[in-house]
Ligand binder design. Structure first.
Ligand SMILES: [Zn+2]
Length: 441
């Protein structure tokens, strides 16, 4: 069995789940990655943003200071899983009929395992020329990266410095065998974690008559937020991306605000979800917190709202729409931002795009890359906001059930096949060699 597969199994078994609380820890995964990298010839640096919130960064210095730096970045945390819903233990890392099962197999411990071993093997050769190559295994991507890439960019900017960045998403092949099309994530919506706090007088619940109940206000706030109809906004980035998939963007109903919602009932459910999400802001309540005893209507209720913005919208737009959603209630609650960032995109056709295309063609002859946009977020956004070029990329075999990928990500029965792991490792190796060749001139 390959070392990448064994490392992936170990990373899954470490169960570095991130529920957004301080109990999360990526230490075990970071340490496994660090031990794979040790002695490879490149410096290995370890950073703890907080106890247990460990990231590992390894930089292989190049010979051309004016060349760009290539960085592969993978997050080592995973979202929690519900074992009773799975066919196999989500933290067992079992290899069954050519598939490695477990939380993170796709998102994105498979990337981390193959990036780590490919980087180590390449560094070990000791012949690198051209620009620097960096591999980073980072914490906390699943909870807005405030203890991961966000923290590292602020506190360890030199270690994180890079111009060309590759991280998760993309890599699926569609289309004919002799002219496959491979997706790469080039753009993503913004994400803002907002909190709405309701404060009212606490009320003994045995004598509630005539009182304004915080719970009743909360119920109204929640339904107004969830039901608010955000206006359709067709961003420039989305028009461009859709234009690469379909001819005649002017005729495309997906880009026409008058037609877009009319076609939703007529396309597959998953496509409808995507089209809806990418054509407007969304605001969804994801949590409710309170204290006080069972027989007290609480003095304070905090409502978590996950707001996703279209590229071009800002935090001001978030506040504006939440106020519109709440109507007169907006003046009776507190609205604060916990963390977040605007949407971002990188153009296609860059030297990094060419590098990915050429490296992918070794295993997928004749392949073309096509951009995709995500309603979710990745660590690529930190780099795009700084003007660097960042894509989500990878390579998957034809054994992987592509139609099941969306249900595996943060869902049940996540798994990846051994062949995809092999392909992904070979992709990174090819990319390192080509990068050296192209940047040492
Ligand atoms: Zn991920």
């Amino acid at each position: 069995m390959s070392e990448s597969v064994e490392l992936l199994q170990a990373l899954i078994r470490n169960a570095c789940t991130n529920d957004g609380t301080d109990s999360a820890s990526e230490e075990a995964n970071a340490d496994d990655v660090a031990s794979i990298l040790s002695g490879c010839g490149a410096d290995v640096e370890i950073f703890d943003a907080a106890p247990g919130r460990r990231s590992v960064i390894s930089r292989l210095p190049g010979t051309n200071p004016s060349a760009p730096t290539l960085m592969l970045i993978g997050h080592t945390d995973v979202v929690p899983a519900h074992p009773a819903r799975w066919k196999h233990d989500p933290f067992g890392g079992e290899l069954i009929d050519g598939f490695i099962w477990g939380r993170g197999a796709m998102d994105m411990l498979g990337h981390v395992a193959t990036m780590a071993t490919a980087f180590r093997d390449y560094a070990h050769k000791g012949t690198h020329r051209g620009g620097d190559i960096v591999f980073a295994a980072v914490a906390d991507e699943e909870a807005l990266s405030t203890k991961g890439t966000g923290w590292l960019m602020e506190h360890q900017p030199d270690a994180m410095a890079a111009d060309w960045i590759i991280t998760e998403s993309g890599g699926s092949s569609i289309g004919p065998i002799d002219a496959p099309v491979i997706s790469s994530l080039t753009a993503e919506k913004g994400a803002w974690r907002m909190r709405i706090t309701i404060r009212r007088d606490p009320v003994h619940s045995s004598m509630a008559y005539g009182s304004i109940l915080s719970t009743q206000v909360a119920a109204e706030v929640i339904s107004r937020i969830n039901e608010y109809a955000h206006p359709i906004v067709i961003s420039e980035a989305w028009s461009q991306i859709m234009g690469t998939w379909w001819d005649g963007p002017d005729q495309n109903p997906i880009l026409n605000p008058e037609l877009i919602d009319k076609i939703l009932p007529h396309v597959p459910a998953l496509a409808a979800k995507n089209i809806f999400a990418l054509s407007r802001m969304s605001s969804v309540v994801t949590g409710i917190e309170t204290e006080d005893s069972w027989n007290t209507v609480p003095a304070e209720i905090r409502i978590e709202v996950d707001v996703r913005t279209v590229i071009g919208q800002t935090l001001d737009d978030v506040y504006d729409h939440l106020r519109l959603a709440l109507g007169e209630l907006a003046d009776t609650v507190d609205m604060t931002v916990i963390a977040g960032s605007d949407g971002s995109s990188s153009p296609t056709g860059t030297p990094l795009w060419e590098l990915m295309t050429d490296a992918a063609r070794i295993q997928r002859p004749g392949a073309e890359l096509r951009p995709i946009m995500a309603s979710g977020i990745t660590d690529a956004r930190f780099y795009r906001h700084r003007g660097a070029t960042a894509y989500g990329f990878g390579l998957y075999s034809d054994l992987l059930p592509v139609e099941e990928i969306p249900t595996m990500l943060h869902g049940d029965n996540e798994r990846v096949d051994v062949e995809s792991i092999q392909m992904m490792g070979d992709l990174w190796s090819a990319m390192f060699g080509m990068f050296a060749e192209r940047t040492s001139r």
